[in-house]
Design a binder for this molecule. Sequence first.
Ligand code: GDP
Ligand code: MN
Length: 377
Amino acid sequence: MKLYEYESKEIARNYGVPVPRGKVVSTPEEVLKVAEELGPVVLKSQVLVGGRGLAGGVLKAETPGEAYEKAKSLLGREIKGEKVEKLLVEEKVCISREYYVSITVDRASRQAVYLVSSMGGVEIEELAGRHPDMIKKMPVSPMVGYTSYMSREATVFMGLPWELSASVDKILSAMYKIMADYSAELVEFNPLALTCDGKLVALDAKIIVDDNSLFKHPELQPLFGRGLSSFERKAKELEFNYVELDGDIGVISNGAGLTMATMDAILYYGGRPANFLDIGGGAGRDRVKEAVKLLLSHPKVKVLLVNIFGGITRCDEVARGIVDALAETGVSKTIVVRMLGTNEEEGRKILAEKGITAYSEMDEAVSKAVSYARGGE
Ligand code: GDP
Ligand code: MN
C-alpha cells in the first residue's frame, strides 16, 4: 500500500529526516493562509502516481495570491488519471543539486538494499535504464543491519561534501528504521536535495507498506483498501487473490502457476484478460460461487473463462458453484470452462445439464473464450 507524500514525510520527520516546512490542505483558501505564513511555496498534488512534476502536478508560487490561483487550478484536476483532492503546501527550497536515495527489498538476495545516486529527480526506473552505473547498490546484511560506514560510502559515491556524511548517516539509518518499523517495501527520497545553503532535505518522500503486514500496524488499518477499485476491495474482503487488468476476458483459475499460464495463453490467442482471480487450492462450492458472481458482475468482463486443474480442488464442487452463481445472478454472459482432474466426469455432467460444455484441453477452452470475446461463435 502506497502512502501519500504528506504521510510519508510525517513519518520521515518523526524519524529525524529533514523535510521542508509545510501543511496539507484541501481548499484554495487554506492554501492562501499557509502561503502567507511560509512565503514562496511549492504546491504539490497529493496523488499516488509518480512523475507528478512532469505532469504539471507540482507548481511553484512566489506570492500568496499566485498560490491561491494555482491551487484553484490544481484542486479537482486529474493528474495521470487521479483526482487531486489535497495539496501539500511547502516552503520553496532553493536547490543546488538533486540526489536519489531509497531502501527496498532485493528479493533475489533476500536482503534490504539501499540505492543511491547523484542523479536524483528522475524516476529510478528511467535512471536504471539510461545510467545504471550512476546507481550504487548497498545490500544490508539482516544479521548486522545498517551500519554507518554505508553512509560514508554513499557520501563518496554521490560526490557530496564530506561534512555532510553525518547528515547522510542520519538519513540512511532513519530509512532502515522506518523500513523495519512499518514493514515497508520501499522508502524513497527523490529528490533528496542539497540546498543552496549546503543542507540535505528530503523534498519528496514515498513509502510503500507491505499489505500483508497491516495487522501489525493498527494505526494504518484505516488506510486498508485505499487506492483499490470496488472490485479489488470486494475480492480482498473475500480473501481471493485478485488482480484487475484492462481487457474483456474474466479469468478464474486455481493456483498462481495455472493462473499465470492462463494469462499467457489468452494473450497468445490474441485476447486480453479483464482480470484474474485465483481461488486457491481446495475451494468448495460456495467459494467458487462467490468468485463467479464477482467476475460476472464486472462491467468489463464479456466472457468468463474458468480454468481448473482438479487436485484437492474437486471439479464437481466447481461445477456446482458455477451453476449456483448462474442461478443467483441470471447474467447472460458467456462462460467457458476447462476442467481436468478430480471428479472431472461428474463436474462435466453437472455443467452439461445447464448447457455448458467443459473442455479438458486448455488451448481449446482459451481459444474459444478469445473468439467469443471478439464476438465470434
Ligand atoms: P514527482 O515528480 O512526483 O516525483 O514530485 P517531486 O516532489 O519529486 O517534485 C518534482 C520536482 O519538483 C523535483 O524534482 C524538484 O525539481 C521540484 N521541486 C519540488 N519541490 C521543490 C522546492 O521546494 N523547490 C524547488 N526549487 N523545486 C522543487
Ligand atoms: Mn519525486
